[in-house]
Design a binder for this molecule. Structure first.
Ligand code: UTP
Length: 267
């Protein structure tokens, strides 16, 4: 690792929240998936709080014409943190959603935080902050949060291939979207938080449709690795849990944890 440089300090975050949320129909017919309640506030408000706690000062929400309720909810900022909005016209996948951030990002490095997944932690330093720190302390063009996952579930996620071994943060030399358990290069799944330098936009432009016929950011990061760029991961620790609300099963699980937390606030 090298010493942090000012130009590796990340103050901008992009929150893709333009997806159709088809797996949560009919709940998401009129209500954006990212605004469904998780306890006393919408999922996305938990995420915005995390982003602000990590020191981000400018946030771009990628939304769609059907999801302007997100703009109504959050407005143009909280305190000194500014919010902007852009519209993804066609839902071609996560990499396509991120490509809408190019003007907002300019020449700066930036973070990507998925609008439908929160991370519970009792560590002193948030996983998202550890992503920003790893980006500042390495020469990585990309940093990704990963979570150890049971092998029979790896086919649901993007899975990374560690270069040397697993550590709290570690470099990788490959990754694959939704592999068969037998072919998976590890049990570490991509978990919804990223940091990139602006070269990612070149790789997104070169990305072709992948899993589900969508432009997958996993494939764009793969192209980055093919070009010899460094990509690092930050591993969630045992007591840190990603809560993804993309399916009813995972949403109910996330909701149950939230209900338990609210009925036992000391936990
Ligand atoms: P998902 O693929 O889980 O969301 O994307 P989705 O497409 O809304 O889900 P289904 O398959 O229709 O149920 C993860 C995050 O990326 C955003 C989503 O809004 C979500 O927060 N996303 C996804 C976009 O912004 N644009 C896209 O084209 C796809």
């Amino acid at each position: 690792m090298t010493a942090p440089h000012d130009n590796r300090l990340i103050t901008k975050a992009v929150i893709p929240a333009a997806g159709k949320g088809t797996r949560l129909l009919p709940l998401t017919k009129a209500v954006p998936k990212e605004l469904i309640p998780l306890g006393t506030k919408p999922v996305l408000e938990h995420i915005v709080e995390e982003v602000i706690e990590a020191g981000i000062s400018e946030v771009l929400f990628v939304i769609s014409e059907q999801k302007t309720a997100i703009r109504t909810h959050f407005g143009d900022g909280i305190g000194s943190v500014r919010f902007e909005y852009t519209f993804q016209t066609e839902q071609k996948g996560l990499a396509d959603a991120i490509s809408y951030a190019q003007d907002f990002v300019g020449c700066d490095p930036f973070a990507v935080v998925l609008g439908d997944s929160i991370i519970d932690t009792n560590q002193k330093i948030l996983p998202f902050s550890r992503v920003l720190n790893t980006f500042a302390e390495t020469d990585a063009a990309g940093v990704i949060v990963v979570q150890k996952t049971p092998r029979d579930e790896v086919s649901r996620y993007g899975i990374v291939k560690p270069k040397d071994g697993i550590a709290p943060s570690f470099p990788i030399d490959g990754l694959v979207e939704k592999p068969d358990p037998a072919d998976a290069p590890s049990e570490y799944a991509i978990a919804g938080r990223y940091a990139f330098d602006p070269t990612i936009f070149d790789y997104i432009r070169r990305t072709t449709p992948g899993a589900n016929g969508e432009l997958q950011i996993t494939d764009s990061v793969g192209l980055m690795l093919d070009d010899g760029a460094e990509v690092w991961c930050v591993a969630l620790q045992d007591n840190e849990i990603r809560r993804d609300i993309g399916t009813f099963e995972s949403y109910f699980e996330a909701l149950q944890i939230e209900i338990n937390k609210n009925s036992n606030p000391q936990q």
